[in-house]
Design a binder for this molecule. Structure first.
Ligand SMILES: Cc1cc2nc3c(=O)[nH]c(=O)nc-3n(C[C@H](O)[C@H](O)[C@H](O)COP(=O)(O)OP(=O)(O)OC[C@H]3O[C@@H](n4cnc5c(N)ncnc54)[C@H](O)[C@@H]3O)c2cc1C
Length: 297
């Protein structure tokens, strides 16, 4: 189906895009990679009267290291992150970027668009929730910084006002002795996962000093599995502590049954993904080169 007719506006700067949003009102939407918005418009689930295109704003696609953090421009494509040596310093970022859909989607889709879309099945929020991530938001009154955990409010709902946009995503470098892994279970490459798990651990010998665990596609937003983290934090990573973390992750998961599987199936699946992701994260924390690939049905 063709989208409904709309007016096209090309923003010359992020500030101009904000002004356009504010002048055009609720019927205006930003266009980044178009990988979520255009399919929704073609299905006529989204019918914006105005599209404000960010793609011609220069200097919006970058990956930089500054003051112990990685900085991502709002229009940084998944593929740029997948192929970035800088982003590979935090291996879980590479796991995420490389596993999103197929090459076409990764070449167009952006990190800013993904977070702004807040799709409950999206990958970035799950992974970035296990890291110290801030979202810089630009509005009429200037910039503000929102922690990712507060940025995503609900399914498809964020902290952004209508005339505000994501201007940068900042990820703090994990401390020494850290390792993380992200694993999703998918039916095919160009579809969203059935379930996913992100684990970021800081190890001191066999002891887990700190743990961050997030679950994807098993709730209306990515879920921070705090009880699962507590099951590992300050403890040796043993069969027993891992089993406790897996059980806690299964308990906090709140999946909806759909064409991808029943709620019980997804709950079992997410537990298995957490277990595998912990194993890979521990090895990476020890400095091993571990390749992590999504699992396909
Ligand atoms: C076939 C297919 C499979 C996919 N599979 C996956 C998958 O497995 N995992 C996954 O995570 N994603 C998947 N995606 C989605 C993809 O990752 C998109 O890139 C992402 O959801 C949105 O990014 P975008 O840049 O394309 O945003 P757009 O589609 O351009 O915009 C999405 C929304 O965000 C708003 N927006 C965009 N940029 C900004 C900004 N800077 N500030 C504020 N608002 C903004 C737009 O107005 C719109 O409402 C898939 C997409 C397709 C088409």
């Amino acid at each position: 189906m063709y989208p409904r007719a709309f007016h096209y506006h090309r923003a010359g700067s992020l500030q101009e895009a904000v002004t356009m949003l504010s002048q055009l009102g609720d019927d205006a939407k930003l266009l980044a990679g178009g990988q979520s918005l255009i399919p929704l418009m073609k299905l006529r689930f989204a019918n914006p009267a105005h599209l404000v295109d960010l793609n011609f704003v220069s200097g919006t696609s970058y990956i930089k290291e500054e003051n112990g953090s990685l900085l991502f421009g709002p229009l940084t494509r998944h593929a740029e992150i997948e192929n970035s040596a800088l982003a590979a310093k935090i291996p879980i970022l590479h796991d995420c970027a490389a596993g999103i859909a197929d090459v076409q989607v990764r070449n167009r889709g952006t990190i800013g668009g993904s977070l702004a879309e807040a799709d409950p099945s999206g990958d970035w929020a799950v992974v970035l929730m296990t890291l110290s991530t801030d979202v810089r938001c630009l509005g009429r009154n200037g910039q503000r910084t929102v922690a990712l955990n507060s940025f995503i409010k609900d399914a498809y709902t964020t902290e952004l006002a209508h005339d505000e946009l994501v201007s940068e995503v900042t990820v703090k470098m994990p401390p020494k002795g850290s390792g993380g892994a992200y694993l999703a279970f998918k039916r095919a490459a160009p579809v969203y996962p059935t379930a996913s798990a992100a684990v970021q651990l800081t190890m001191e010998g066999d002891t887990c000093k700190d743990a961050a665990i997030a679950l994807g596609c098993v709730g209306l937003t990515a879920i921070k599995a705090t009880d699962a983290e507590a099951a590992l934090r300050g403890k040796a990573v043993t069969e027993k502590s891992v089993a406790a973390a897996v059980e806690a992750a299964r308990t906090v998961a709140d999946p909806q049954p759909d064409m991808r599987g029943s709620a019980d199936y997804k709950r079992t699946l997410v537990g298995a993904l957490v277990k595998r992701a912990i194993a890979a994260a521990v090895r990476r924390a020890r400095g091993e080169q571990v390749e992590v690939n999504h699992l396909y049905a």
